[in-house]
Design a protein around this ligand. Structure first.
Ligand SMILES: Cc1cc2nc3c(=O)[nH]c(=O)nc-3n(C[C@H](O)[C@H](O)[C@H](O)COP(=O)(O)O)c2cc1C
Length: 491
């Protein structure tokens, strides 16, 4: 199978939704939304989510009437799956995952269109305003997602809005947010993330950091906030570029931070320098409780705004492959391929960030080899580019006859075209995270969160590739003919 199998299909994208409610309507039209009412946040929703998130064909589910929570409030899980995956990205629902990723790359990521957001004076998010002693972040149906979690995580399908205190630009980033009590939450940001760089700057200046947390946004805004958008670029502009129209924003009254006018719930407040509380543990995307409980910054909530009957977007990680792996594979594969090409590596024909490593730990890159060292160049750049650098482990470079999204084909290339003694390069002290389960506790205790990488060159060796034994496989024409003539034998 080649990488060109339909992946070159060009389709004009069109997002059929702007906010989360319109997205739900579109998903309903596809017959992929179910309702469940009366389940508990303490256990039931987390258990049900685990079943749904591991099943690509399962519907999205809206949980309502959660006992003990705000009347009318709801939580949506499993937005990315079935036909609605394509709808979410704005493409026809009959495309394969490779075609979708390629369409996402070509239409959105290749030249990263940006449209300035538009400020409006009011929006549905201000339908309800809670301040002062009335603030209680526990009223929403925030589940305890996994049985060993240290608390309720209201922020999973959410994003934090912060402003760089020196450069002034606005960042939107998805970071888990745990409820401490009625008026405080804690969030965890890994070293090196844009939101963390901003947080460290506030801390160094001894200044409070204003934060607005958007809980319940449209899925594309969530996807962009959790993707590697370049430093200094505001995600709202990228979302506007994808929509082809400006994102409507209102200023959160206390912090002045911009938030979507149609957000479901917004929490605003300040992180005071040095104010920390234990955060975690949380079932993380590696499939472990890797970072355990640590002191993390606390946000004092100054106001909560929410729409009538607000909907929380829930995206809790599970042991991979899961829902997060599904959407990250599509989006990150596209961004990694763009990053590699933009770093000047020619003839990258495909890239896939594999689901089993939640689209980070295993990258496969296909090239049409042009010169000696080309494969090494592609592998090292993939391992260290913006989208590939954080928490990677293995990068495998293959020739362009291999389908990079097919784990068996990739491993076949490793097994038959690499030579362990000479084909593997190791990079040490690379950018990882306290979440990484393979970093020794002693190093974590010292604040060393780096790991190592293997770059596996699984291409036919360039200097004798023309002498490499022929692949034991009929030509595409002969295969098609065989299927036509003898396919009946398999029925
Ligand atoms: C569901 C989900 C949860 C995430 N949680 C965290 C988190 O708790 N901390 C973190 O640093 N990154 C987390 N990420 C990854 C970041 O959102 C991602 O790396 C993003 O690009 C960071 O943006 P930034 O560089 O603008 O800060 C999460 C991603 C997803 C999809």
């Amino acid at each position: 199978m080649t990488n060109d199998s339909g992946a070159e299909k060009r389709v004009a994208p069109a997002l059929a939704y702007t906010d989360l409610r319109e997205w739900i309507e579109e998903a309903r039209k596809l017959g992929e939304v179910r309702e469940a009412s009366g389940l508990s946040w303490q256990q039931d929703i987390g258990m049900a989510a685990e079943v749904l998130l591991h099943d690509e064909k399962a519907p999205a589910v809206v949980f309502s009437d959660v006992p003990g929570t705000l009347k009318g409030s709801r939580v949506l899980v499993n937005f990315f799956g079935g036909k609605r995956a394509a709808m979410t990205l704005g493409f026809p629902t009959d495309m394969t995952k490779l075609e979708l990723s390629e369409a996402f790359r070509v239409n959105y990521m290749a030249d990263l269109k940006r449209v300035e957001p538009r400020y409006v004076n009011d929006g549905p998010v201000f339908e309800n305003k809670i301040t002062g002693d009335d603030i209680d972040v526990g009223i929403f149906p925030t589940p305890k997602w996994h049985e060993d979690d240290g608390g309720r995580y209201i922020g999973t399908g959410s994003f934090n809005v912060t402003r760089d205190p020196e450069e002034g630009w606005i960042n939107c980033g998805t970071y888990r947010v745990m409820i401490h009590d009625k008026q405080t939450v804690g969030f965890y940001i890994s070293p090196g993330k844009h939101g963390r760089i901003m947080r460290d700057k506030y801390e160094a200046r001894g200044e409070p950091m204003p934060v607005a947390i958007v809980v319940g946004c449209d899925p594309m805004s969530f996807l962009m906030s959790s993707s590697e958008i370049p430093y200094g670029v505001c995600e709202y502009e990228v979302i506007g570029g994808i929509r082809g129209k400006p994102v409507d924003l209102v200023k959160a009254p206390i912090t002045g931070l911009p938030v979507p006018a149609d957000a479901e719930i917004v929490i605003e407040g300040f992180v005071m320098p040095g104010n920390m509380k234990p955060e975690g543990p949380f079932g993380e995307w590696f499939g472990y409780y890797g970072s355990d409980v640590r002191p993390e910054p606390v946000m004092d909530i100054k106001a909560i705004y929410h729409r009538n009957d607000p909907i929380l977007l829930g995206c809790a990680p599970q042991r991979p492959p899961d829902e997060i792996a599904r959407y990250r594979a599509l989006t990150r594969s596209a961004i990694v391929r763009e990053n590699i090409a933009k770093a000047g590596v020619p003839d990258v024909t495909a890239a896939w960030a594999h689901e089993i490593g939640t689209a980070r730990l295993l990258l496969a890159v296909a090239i049409k080899q042009r010169y000696g060292g080309h494969a090494k160049q592609a592998g090292h750049v993939a391992a260290m580019c913006h989208s590939g650098a954080y928490a990677g482990r293995y990068v495998i470079v293959v020739d362009d006859d291999i389908d990079v999204s097919n784990l068996e084909e990739v491993m076949w290339a490793v097994l038959t075209r690499s030579d362990p003694a000479t084909s593997i390069d190791i990079i040490t002290n690379a950018w990882s995270t306290p979440l990484d389960p393979r970093i020794e506790p002693e190093r974590k205790a010292k604040g060393d969160f780096t790991n190592s990488r293997a770059i596996i060159d699984a291409c036919k060796p360039f200097h004798w590739k023309d002498k490499y034994p022929k692949v034991n496989q009929p030509s595409p024409e002969m295969r098609a003919l065989a299927r036509k003539k003898f396919g009946y034998l398999t029925e």
